[in-house]
Write a protein that binds this ligand. Structure first.
Ligand code: PYC
Length: 332
């Protein structure tokens, strides 16, 4: 019989939850954060399900655990824990984690104003603006992002045939843009998007292979990005990103924004230096920018950056008690 305690800093990035496990995370083995992620999934996934799913979490819950870096050029390693699993990279999670960790002295950057992050997807650099004890803004320079596939046809319940591009921005995204059978996310309820998205994801994964050309551990289409016209001053576009089993990101989604910018860049609609302001389903904004052009295994790519903010909502010491029949969470 055991009661495991996890000391968490809870908060959100532009509306989407971030639960930073500041104490109680397991020791992990591995020469890279991707190997440590595999160790965590093999032996400690009950921590993720216990902290993310009901009754301690909810459909949108998302978080992280900090580790010493596996790379010499980094300040800290991050493992992402989500209802969907352990994502290779999570943009809103990174902005929240960096904010909470700095505000609580959990990490000491070698260079003030910059934190170099060892994530399973690769190096991510966070630059931040701090005023007193508070981090006001974080801009993450994400992993190289690229358009992976164009014009894939997929049958969607109620809507009919949809054509989607798939782009990578730290995770693989199917991007649903205006077309004969779809106009704008504003035409549908969140419930409809949540009902259709896992079906699209399953059908696309069954018909195609999505593997990162430089890292075969990153595989599978995990997210669906529904596009829409902006409704907030200054926004370039709106989006609703589906992830996990039932989640719509409340933030504008960092890896989704990176994938979208890569797609628009491949089409000639964005160039190096251009900005792209992405609006979420609740009207919060991420400020994206194409930092530079790049290549991934010979295909055109971009280095995107995403600016956003996060706020702490409280401290939460969470128990996972072996006597509890729902110790490891449940899904309804
Ligand atoms: O911000 O990258 C992101 C993200 C992924 C899933 C939820 N948010």
């Amino acid at each position: 019989m055991a009661r495991h305690s996890f000391h968490c800093i809870d908060g959100h990035t532009c509306g989407n939850p971030v639960r930073l496990v500041a104490g109680g995370g397991p020791l992990l083995q591995g020469r890279t954060m991707m190997e440590r992620r595999a160790h965590f999934l093999a032996e400690f996934d009950w921590i993720r399900t216990g902290l993310m799913f009901e009754p301690r979490g909810h459909d949108m819950m998302s978080g992280s655990i900090l580790y010493p870096p596996t790379r010499e050029d980094c300040d800290i390693g991050i493992l992402f824990i989500e209802t969907s699993g352990c994502l290779p990279m999570c943009g809103h999670g990174t902005i929240g984690t960096v904010t909470f960790a700095l505000e609580h002295g959990l990490v000491r950057p070698k260079t003030p104003g910059e934190l170099r992050l060892d994530t399973p997807a690769g190096l991510v650099v966070a630059r931040y603006r701090q005023e007193g004890d508070h981090v006001e803004e974080v801009r993450i320079t994400n992993v190289p992002s690229f358009l992976h596939a164009e014009a894939l046809a997929v049958e969607c319940p109620d809507l009919g045939t949809l054509t989607v591009d798939v782009a990578y921005g730290g995770n693989f995204y199917a991007i649903v843009e205006p077309q004969a059978n779809y106009r704008d996310m504003a035409d549908y309820s969140a419930g409809e998007l949540v009902a259709w998205s896992p079906i699209l994801r399953e059908r696309l994964n069954a018909a195609h292979t999505f593997v990162h050309p430089e890292n075969a551990s990153i595989r599978g289409l995990s997210h669906i990005l529904w596009t829409g016209a902006p409704t907030v001053d200054g926004a370039s576009a709106r989006n609703a990103v589906f992830y996990g089993d039932k989640a719509i990101d409340r933030s504008p989604c960092g890896t989704g924004t990176s994938a979208r910018m890569a797609q628009l860049h491949a089409r000639g609609a964005l160039r190096a230096g251009d900005s792209f302001v992405h609006e979420s389903i609740i009207g919060s904004l991420f400020h994206g920018r194409v930092e530079e052009e790049a290549a991934v295994e010979g295909r055109p790519a971009i280095i995107p950056s995403i600016g956003g903010w996060a706020r702490v909502t409280g401290y939460n010491t969470i128990f996972i008690d072996d006597r509890d029949p729902f110790a490891h969470g449940f899904v309804v």
